[in-house]
Design a binder for this molecule. Sequence first.
Ligand SMILES: Cc1cc2nc3c(=O)[nH]c(=O)nc-3n(C[C@H](O)[C@H](O)[C@H](O)COP(=O)(O)OP(=O)(O)OC[C@H]3O[C@@H](n4cnc5c(N)ncnc54)[C@H](O)[C@@H]3O)c2cc1C
Length: 501
Amino acid sequence: MPGRTSDQAPAAPAAGAALAAVTAGLTAVLGGDRVVTDHARRRTYECDGLAAYRVVPGVVVLARDAADVAATVRACAAHGVPFVARGSGTGLSGGALPHSEGVLVVMSQMRDIREIDADAQRAVVDPGVINLQLTAATSPDGHYFAPDPSSQSVCSIGGNVAENSGGAHCLKYGFTTNHVTGLDLVTPAGEQVEIGGKAPDPPGYDLLGALVGSEGTLGVVTSATVRLTRLPQEVRTLLAAFRTIDDAGAATSAIIAAGVIPAAIEMMDALSIEAAEEAVHCGYPDGAGAVLVVELDGHSADVAGEFDDVVRLCEASGAFEVRVAADDAERALIWKGRKSAFAAVGRISPDYIVQDGVIPRTALPQVLRRITELGDAAGVRVANVFHAGDGNLHPLVLFDGSQDGAVERAEGVAGGILDLCLEHGGSITGEHGVGADKAKHMPRMFTADDLAVMQAVRCAFDPETLANPGKIFPTPRLCGERPGRRQGEHPLSEAGVAEVF
Ligand SMILES: Cc1cc2nc3c(=O)[nH]c(=O)nc-3n(C[C@H](O)[C@H](O)[C@H](O)COP(=O)(O)OP(=O)(O)OC[C@H]3O[C@@H](n4cnc5c(N)ncnc54)[C@H](O)[C@@H]3O)c2cc1C
């Protein structure tokens, strides 16, 4: 996909001097091996998982501990230089997109699991710890870390906290925000503060609630205290094949209406099944217009009874085949098709946009029908693979970037899908964050007053707006600025440093 790059945008002289001062100071304190100035090495960090946006960072700091982070942020604060935190760089909304005249603080070397307190069901971890490694480390004690993004083998806990990440099992277990009880933070002024701890629900304002999902705009997380969840006694998984998406949607609603909360209900449409078959030969039933992957977990007796209900409800909603995984190998094969689906569409299309929006579950059939109509009208194919249980859509808009106008048509469909989500009472992002990519869509969902209130919160932490600027908010308003109507051009766009959407 053609990129929007500002690789070597010429730095304003004052900004260049400030960054040079920060770089010199940090090199003296942290050592040259932690402060990367070499262009080729900086370029490694020019994008996250959304490669359409690329900016080579002004300088990269490879942080080893909280003291490194604090020293870096203090230097940035002293010279008015912006900074961006980066975990594993798997984000899909350009949240970790660097600043060309700023510092990229890379957390991937901060990877210690500091404490596992199985009795209290808590772990204290560095921000660079990989999601799945935490589960691997806690499973011998009978626990796991419940939020499970599909990227869990590579994404970091710091990134999960910043994005409030979800995953297939968040229908039952909730998003990252439900699993964090404490954070250590370096504030944008460079102070090290502790918020919360092992105990749940500290008194006072819910600062943890504000921090989780704030996409690195309120400071840099240097440690997280997270809940551990007991491994279930029993897990049962089925694959139900339907002729139509409507039938699969009806089955999803029927399961939830019956009072069953599965650990996961995932849906794939015909196009995403085709892609998965081609990539991993998962052997899903022939002729399926949609499949559901439904997983139940918990105590054996509960799971057995509810599982029978789910099979019955799928069949009553039109499932022409229901396959129950007999063992771990069969369960893995069912999940393999679902988990490979994103990458698999690369086999049936040279390019694709992963959209992320959320709708009330009950609107699934109408919205999916409208998505197909939107795609047909634009001559663009859309594959749907998503967390059906909580209405979290991930339409994959397929296109061939080498064809004239294909990018624009695909982007038009991707934008139209967000409109559909909003029309049906949903949101412009389910779990991938706003980042750089969706900042322009924020006014479609929030009024100017809403955005001003959010800015006021942000400015309480970061009055100079140095922490991950240009993300979430559509125009980089200054903290001293009064909310309300402005006459004439925004001063930043007038100066040619900001785009107004
Ligand atoms: C194939 C694939 C599948 C995915 N599936 C899912 C999914 O199922 N569910 C889901 O929610 N997401 C999913 N994602 C998106 C992504 O993996 C998550 O958003 C993840 O949490 C990002 O973690 P990261 O460590 O890569 O963060 P990064 O991409 O490095 O950063 C993400 C954001 O977090 C900020 N940040 C990172 N570390 C810190 C820190 N220590 N302090 C403050 N801010 C910080 C960054 O500034 C940025 O704004 C998927 C991505 C891919 C590529």
